[in-house]
Ligand binder design. Sequence first.
Ligand code: NDP
Ligand code: HEM
Length: 505
Amino acid sequence: MADKPKLTTSAGAPWVSNQDSLSAGERGPLLLQDYQLIEKLAHQNRERIPERTVHAKGWGAHGTLKITGDISKYTKAKCLQPGAETPMLARFSTVAGEAGAADAERDVRGFSLKFYTEEGNWDMVGNNTPVFFVRDPYKFPDFIHTQKRHPKTHMRSPTAMWDFWSLSPESLHQVTILMSDRGLPISPMHMNGYSSHTFSLWNDAGERYWVKFHFKTQQGHKHHTNAEAEELVGKTRESYQEALFNAIDGGEFPRWKFQIQVMAEEEAEKCDFNPFDLTKVWPHDQFPPIDVGTMELNRNPENYFAEVENAAFSPSNVVPGISWSPDKMLQARIFSYADAHRYRLGTHYEQIPVNRPKCPVHHYHMDGEMNVYGGVATGTPNAYYEPNSFDGPTDNPGQKEPPLKIDGNADRYDHRNGHDDYSQVRTLFEKVLEDDEKERLFANVAGTWPGVPEEICERQLSEFKKVHPDYEAGVRRAWEKVKAEGGYKPNAQPVSESTPQEAAE
Ligand code: NDP
Ligand code: HEM
């Protein structure tokens, strides 16, 4: 057997003992010069970084995106050309739970993909649902507050959730999907991924197309009922990690079919719904999905912290040939993620190996926290400002995306009034959900209502009625049943009587 490596300090010097502290006499006290003991305790104190404010619990793996279709007429992106193979990282997550939350909880699932393309990193930071709860970014932090713990009781608050949702009709589509079977997949491998937002592709001729990205599970959709999940969580809180890690470890590599929906710029102008509204899908019959390729996950991380916790995904990461759209939510996300990473991981988070592009990087950012590559990344020591006479990197005008025609007055447009929040939910309810699934939807909604004030439930029921009278009737029936059976009620109603200031006085 090979000799075991010998212990060193973190500065590389041989270290004598990882067992016994240095004390004055056998009974102590300790000597301050035992700095390795101090180092060890100090390191332990710094083992945690801030968890993500949302999507804290996650599961990840590496893989490959292979392009088999031909969408070259829409995009010049090299990673989307026929035959291209791009290494990638996927991170799946739940939204609301903390890093130690149980996996089998009803929640939207994050579906984050980082493609290490030869033209830089392209991140597709989507969800397992094609729509979202809100359509204006002002409402995102408010929505997230309703999913997190109440400031006084420190409990999750169904009252806050249903209060917000019942006052926000644009949430109906996503709430219906969340409360349906698809709200609780059995593993990350058994769900689809959607960009949800509209993005754009652009080609060498300077033409732009609006697109939605879809990743369709090839393992089939499989879901837990609430009862199954309750039982499972009693046995394991890590069912997703177990399923994903073990499948890949055993050589059963999960796959997703990569598809896009495409809308021409002129079509968007005459579309009967706003194609940049995140609460809407593009109907398949009008915008049929086009096959583009296959995503396969085939390698487990060697170190979870280094490769999954440290992963920094951002919708701002696009590459030539792929870009954003006017969707207001997406526009806010373009800012928000890099800001979160600078706080959570540090200024130069893109130098962390899992985030580093696998292509040359040249820019003029200097110094700062975590900058381990000596300042500028230009490769020419005197070119640390621009313009310069020292062969520093210059612009890439050939990679300019086509101009975007915009018009309209700068104003605060009411994002509530005048929107149809019901038709697409009605289609889902009437045409897609089977009868048994509808029954589970009703029960899943009603199951979260014990403790929620009656007027909030009634307000939500009136919203369901605008979707379909059967939706309202079904949830009402299920709610009466829950009440008759005396459903589980949290001990304290998470509605605080006094403000924190009043309480402190
Ligand atoms: P289609 O009948 O062509 O599409 C229905 C789609 O619904 C399916 O293709 C599938 O999407 C998805 N679906 C199937 N079963 C379920 C389920 N149990 N729960 C949730 N979604 C399911 O009609 P439309 O394109 O007009 O869409 C009708 C409704 O379907 C929409 O209002 C929306 O609520 C929902 N939907 C639509 C999607 C879209 O991109 N058009 C995507 C997902 C849902 P998939 O193939 O992506 O699995
Ligand atoms: C994570 C902001 C909407 C998908 C995050 C994080 C922030 C954030 C700050 C934590 C990032 C980190 O610390 O690493 C926002 C804002 C939104 C928004 C401001 C709306 C204005 C959405 C939408 C989707 C989405 C609509 C999906 C379509 C995700 C995913 C993650 C995430 C998947 C986890 C990323 C990972 O795996 O590390 N979001 N978000 N978010 N968000 Fe959003």
